[in-house]
Design a binder for this molecule. Structure first.
Ligand code: GEK
Length: 244
């Protein structure tokens, strides 16, 4: 994805900041946007591949839910070649999937990859040894999150693995403020201005709805997973692994 453009979508004053959507303008800058906005993104991607190497079983399916441009799918495919497993990569943004498809057609993969244009709350999940949701559940309406996790649990084979990466909320509010400020310091160090940071925050509010780590773990366990733990955290960004 080296043809990525620089993200300056929020660089000029926008007046009333519109709600964030995954449209063509976002797609055009997406790799730059996510790598300069999510601390630890590259680590999470490469370890998604490592966890795939451990958990993906022959002749099963892997799901990349909210695949965007396929970065997690590619990290998985690089580590599971020759197992006869298939990756099903799902997103409901047409613009994302179109560019994802162009990227996939230029990339050699030893794994069968199917791109699905659909809502992750409505697709079928079956015969899965790995389900990855890297920074996607946070965009799913709160009231649909439990049933989505239940569906993932049902679709996983015994000992199957869920990787869930999310932006987190913290309690009390003073701790939340501290971790948000550390995140904003990170973004400043990545070259974002105060205006870009504050307009992006306004745009994403009510679109990206973070929850606490405790809420995630409680929900995962309530759906039946035998274990769940963060394996990575940087500021208010975390990646969890859960085993059926
Ligand atoms: C990566 N995982 O690079 N159904 C399908 N797709 C959805 C839904 C939904 N209900 N809601 C949101 N999306 C990727 C990054 S980005 C994270 C994931 C971010 C899609 C949305 O269109 C977008 O492509 C993706 O989820 C979230 O590892 O931008 O912060």
């Amino acid at each position: 994805m080296s043809d990525s453009n620089h993200d300056n979508l929020f660089a000029n004053p926008l007046g009333k900041v519109p709600g964030f959507v995954f449209d063509q303008a976002v797609v055009d800058v997406f790799p730059d946007m996510i790598s300069r906005s999510v601390p630890g993104y590259e680590t999470i991607l490469s370890h998604t591949g490592e966890l795939a190497y451990r958990y993906v079983q022959p002749n099963t399916q892997c799901y990349d839910l909210g695949c965007s441009l396929g970065a997690s799918t590619l990290a998985i495919s690089q580590r599971i070649g020759g197992r006869g497993a298939k990756i099903i990569a799902v997103d409901n943004s047409n613009a994302m999937l179109e560019k994802c498809s162009a990227i996939m057609s230029k990339t050699k993969s030893a794994t069968d990859i199917e791109l699905v244009n659909g809502d992750i709350c409505h697709i079928e999940i079956s015969n899965a040894s790995l389900v990855v949701m890297n920074f996607t559940l946070q965009f799913v309406p709160l009231e649909q999150r439990h049933s989505l996790l239940e569906k993932i649990y049902r679709g996983l084979n015994p000992s199957g693995c869920l990787i869930l990466s999310e932006k987190l909320n913290f309690e009390p509010e003073s701790l939340n403020t501290l971790l948000s400020e550390l995140h904003h310091d990170f973004k400043r160090a990545q070259g974002y201005s105060d205006l870009e940071i504050s307009q992006k925050r306004d745009s994403i509010e009510n679109v990206l709805v973070p929850e606490t780590l405790e809420t995630h773990i409680k929900r995962i366990r309530a759906c039946g997973f035998q274990s769940a733990s963060p394996w990575f955290q940087c500021f208010n960004f975390c990646s969890l692994v859960a085993i059926k």
